[in-house]
Ligand binder design. Structure first.
Ligand SMILES: [Zn+2]
Ligand SMILES: [Zn+2]
Length: 96
């Protein structure tokens, strides 16, 4: 499922925990294996994701070896922000 299918502002993932998990996995940082679920999310020149913490620790991308340029991945950040909304809505649903 491509993230840009969430044009409806994240409504597509609300109430579907499996799909939410699947999308969150796409934001997993390959270094620390944490999900980069909030901005800033960084990427190497080849587009590999890094979380904020790893971007500040690592000089070269561990996956392709390119020097990191401190470039943000706005698409991932947007996806993360929408998933946060989805998660919050789901939590509220569970609580009530
Ligand atoms: Zn990381
Ligand atoms: Zn890379």
């Amino acid at each position: 499922m491509a993230p840009y299918l969430l044009q409806d502002g994240g409504v597509g993932v609300v109430g579907d925990p499996q799909q939410l998990d699947h999308l969150l996995q796409m934001l997993e940082c390959p270094i620390c294996m944490d999900v980069a679920d909030r901005p800033p999310i960084y990427q190497c020149p080849e587009g590999h994701l890094l979380c904020e913490e790893c971007n500040s620790r690592v000089v070269d991308c561990p996956q392709c070896g390119h020097a990191l340029m401190n470039s943000r991945n706005r698409t991932a950040e947007e996806l993360a922000a929408r998933l946060q909304v989805g998660k919050i809505k789901m939590c509220k649903k569970v609580e009530t």
